[in-house]
Design a protein around this ligand. Structure first.
Ligand code: SAM
Length: 260
C-alpha cells in the first residue's frame, strides 16, 4: 500500500514506501483470468462435450465455477503464505491452475475421477505451460491428480490442505455425506471447505446441543454466501455457496463438558 494515513486524517501518496502486499508479485485477478480463459479456449475448443458426456444428475455431472466467483469466495477465508488449496472434483483443472498462477496459495491440488475431464486437463496443462512461458509468467506449485477423492492415496494431501473447494451442487446426498465424513476424519482442524451443494455444518452461529451433537453437521461452522450473477456455468442467476470451517474442538468440548 503506497497510501500513508496521516494523524490529521488526510491521506498522502508515499513514493518511497515499499509495496507490502504479500502477493504483490502476482498478476491481478483480471489479467490472470484473461490468460487462463485464452489457454482454455485453445486447449478445450468444445467444452459442451463435457456436459454431454455424462448422464444428467450423476455425481460426475459437469459444470464450472467462474474464476472471478472463486476469487470472491476466497475473500471470506483467511489465507497465509503457507496456505494450501485443493479442488475436489477439479474437472479440466482450470481452477487449480488459475490459483497456482494467482500465487495466493503455496501449493494447489486438484483431484478428478472422470476420464474426459482428465484427458482435457492434460491438454490444458500443456497449453497453459506454453502460454505462460510465452508471456514470461510462472506459477506456484500445482498438481492435478486422477482418482476418487475418497482413495487412501490422497490422505496426505487432504491432511495438509487449508482450503478445499467442492463444486458439489450436482453430487448425490450419499456422495456428499461420504465426502463430509471423510473430511471430518482427515482434514486438519480449522481448515475451510467451500461448497456449492449446501451447508456441511451448523449455520447462523447455531450452537451444539444434545439434539445435534451426533449429527455430522456439528463438526462445521457454516456461513452461507450469495454468489455473483454469472458466477457459475450452469445458471445465469446468482448461485449460493457455503463456507464451512472444521471445528472438531467444539464437539470434543461439548462431549467432555456438556457445553459449548
Ligand atoms: C461440477 S464439476 C466441477 C469442476 C470444477 N471443480 C469447477 O468447479 O469448475 C464436478 C466434478 O467432480 C467430479 N467428481 C465426482 N465425484 C468425484 C470423486 N469421488 N472424486 C473426485 N472427483 C469427483 C466429477 O467428475 C466432475 O468433474
Amino acid at each position: 500500500m503506497r497510501l500513508k494515513h496521516l494523524s490529521n486524517g488526510s491521506i498522502e501518496f508515499d513514493e518511497n514506501l515499499q509495496v507490502i502486499n504479500e502477493f504483490a508479485d502476482s498478476w491481478n485477478a483480471e489479467r490472470t483470468a484473461y490468460v487462463m480463459e485464452l489457454a482454455y479456449a485453445i486447449a478445450i475448443p468444445n467444452p459442451e462435450k463435457l456436459n454431454k458426456h455424462y448422464e444428467v444428475s450423476t455425481d460426475e455431472t459437469y459444470g464450472e465455477i467462474r474464476l472471478h466467483q472463486l476469487e470472491k469466495l476466497l475473500e471470506h477465508v483467511k489465507l497465509t503464505k503457507s496456505s494450501i488449496f485443493l479442488d475436489i472434483g477439479s474437472g479440466v483443472g482450470q481452477t487449480t491452475i488459475y490459483m497456482a498462477l494467482r500465487k495466493k496459495f503455496k501449493k494447489c491440488y486438484g483431484i478428478e475421477i472422470s476420464t474426459l475431464p482428465i484427458i482435457m486437463s492434460t491438454v490444458l496443462e500443456e497449453v497453459t505451460k506454453r502460454v505462460f512461458k510465452l508471456l514470461g509468467i510462472n506459477t506456484n506449485f500445482y498438481s492435478l491428480k486422477e482418482g476418487d477423492c475418497m482413495d487412501l492415496q490422497f490422505v496426505p494431501i487432504i491432511r495438509e490442505c487449508d482450503v478445499i473447494f467442492i463444486n458439489d451442487m450436482k453430487f448425490t446426498p450419499e456422495l456428499r455425506e461420504k465426502i463430509t465424513e471423510m473430511l471430518v476424519a482427515r482434514m486438519k482442524d480449522g481448515a475451510t471447505v467451500i461448497t456449492s451443494g449446501g451447508a456441511l455444518g451448523l449455520e447462523n452461529r447455531r450452537r451444539i446441543n444434545v439434539r445435534n451433537i451426533n449429527n455430522l453437521k456439528a463438526y462445521f461452522e457454516t456461513v452461507k454466501v450469495k454468489g455473483e450473477i454469472d458466477g457459475v456455468s450452469w445458471t445465469s442467476k446468482p448461485a449460493e455457496f457455503w463456507i464451512n470451517k472444521l471445528n472438531r474442538k467444539r464437539v470434543q468440548a461439548f462431549k467432555s463438558h456438556g457445553n459449548y
